[in-house]
Design a protein around this ligand. Structure first.
Ligand code: NAP
Length: 345
């Protein structure tokens, strides 16, 4: 029995939509369509905007967060946060490959993989949550998941810790897109620079902007941004990114009023669209990777202040993004050390 390649055969509500925007999908793991892959899931990496929202709603308590995750997956058949709309990704071992995919996919039963499509569209059934890691957004589980025919996934590298690979692959689109956007000599502002994607983007932006460029790292707390100095990032300012006027003033000082050629937004909280827009020069680029970004706030906000900026939605997928992100961490001992200390415990 063949399912739809995008997974619409598992959509229960509302009928006719794709699995990502669906409110409820079928997570019955006893039936495997011939073009699906079944995965024994060991760990979830909840999207940072979603995890932050859940911790805010129920409190930073392992049991309460676990209960909320069970509740969401119970209702939706997938880890699709109803407030942020975002998901995350998972790692697990392939336990079955549908007949129609046998020999056509580059993985075998038993291979350990990370999904590169969002948990917000991935059928998931959690038997048990073993441990919630409140500081890394990672959740150890005994669960099963389905990958659709159109799904994207990567074999976990054998020479890298699983938690490290999971942390990097969760935000793989951000460093890859940064490498595409930043040119030599650019002034690049990174909002939320001390976070997971922020750290990767800062490193990549510095590499591509080169000695004639400038990377300006805006962080919530300088204390939590010490690792950026180890990467040679020296222009660091502490600011609440929801304060657009303050952000504009700081970026203006760093750039002698010129403002940024490229602004990269990697925060995990809402209401930072205007800071990103005001930080950027006319005809510059704003790259919204944050899942807390509102299209309406960005579009109407830019219009409201008369800013002619090109705004890019952070597509989680980009050709070669997994390899680029993993290589970014492999090529530098410094960034690998930072990631190991922050995300492997
Ligand atoms: P993260 O590690 O949690 O980093 C978020 C950063 O934002 C932290 O450094 C945090 O600083 C900072 N921050 C929070 N509130 C702030 C404020 N008011 N002002 C300034 N900085 C603030 O998150 P991540 O895993 O890198 O993810 C970043 C964003 O990308 C999230 O929104 C996530 O949902 C999104 N994402 C998008 C995709 C995609 O496909 N587009 C994929 C994965 C993730 P403190 O910790 O010091 O507060």
């Amino acid at each position: 029995m063949l399912g739809n390649k995008y997974g619409t055969h598992r959509v229960l509500e509302p009928k006719g939509v794709l699995p990502q925007p669906a409110l409820r999908i079928d997570n019955n793991m006893d039936v495997l369509y011939d073009n699906e892959i079944l995965v024994d899931v060991s760990m979830l990496n909840i999207d940072a905007a979603s995890f932050t929202q859940i911790k805010k709603e129920v409190g930073a308590d392992e049991e309460k967060v676990a209960n909320k995750i069970m509740e969401i997956v119970g209702k939706r058949g997938k880890m699709h946060n109803p407030i942020t709309g975002s998901g995350g990704m998972l790692i697990g071992k392939i336990s079955k490959i549908g007949k129609a995919l046998e020999g056509k996919v580059k993985v075998n039963v038993g291979d350990e993989i990370a999904t590169l499509v969002s948990l917000s569209l991935t059928p998931l059934k959690i038997e048990r949550i073993k441990k919630v890691h409140l500081n890394t957004d990672q959740v150890e589980v005994k669960a099963k998941a389905i990958i659709f025919e159109s799904g994207v996934y990567a074999k976990l590298p054998s020479n890298m810790d699983r938690k490290l690979a999971l942390a990097i692959l969760d935000v793989a689109g951000a460093p890859a897109q940064t490498a595409r956007l930043v040119k030599p000599g650019d002034k690049v502002v990174i909002i939320g620079a001390s976070g997971k994607s922020g750290t990767l983007c800062s490193y990549v932006a510095k590499k591509y902007a080169g000695v004639t460029g400038k990377v300006i790292a805006l962080v919530h707390s300088k204390e939590r941004a010490k690792h950026l100095e180890k990467l040679g990032i020296t222009n660091i300012a502490e600011v609440d990114a929801t304060d657009a006027i303050e952000v504009e003033s700081i970026v203006s000082k760093f750039t002698n009023g010129e403002m940024a050629d490229v602004t990269i937004n990697v925060v995990n909280v809402p209401n930072t669209e205007m800071a990103s827009i005001l930080a950027t020069k006319n005809y510059g680029i704003v790259y919204f990777f944050s899942m807390a970004t509102s299209f309406t706030k960005a579009a109407l906000g830019a219009e409201g202040v008369g800013k002619d900026v090109n705004m890019i939605i952070g597509n989680g997928y980009m050709t070669g993004h997994a390899e680029i992100a993993l290589e970014t961490v492999r090529e530098s001992e410094k960034i690998r050390g930072i990631f190991e200390s922050l995300y492997v415990n």
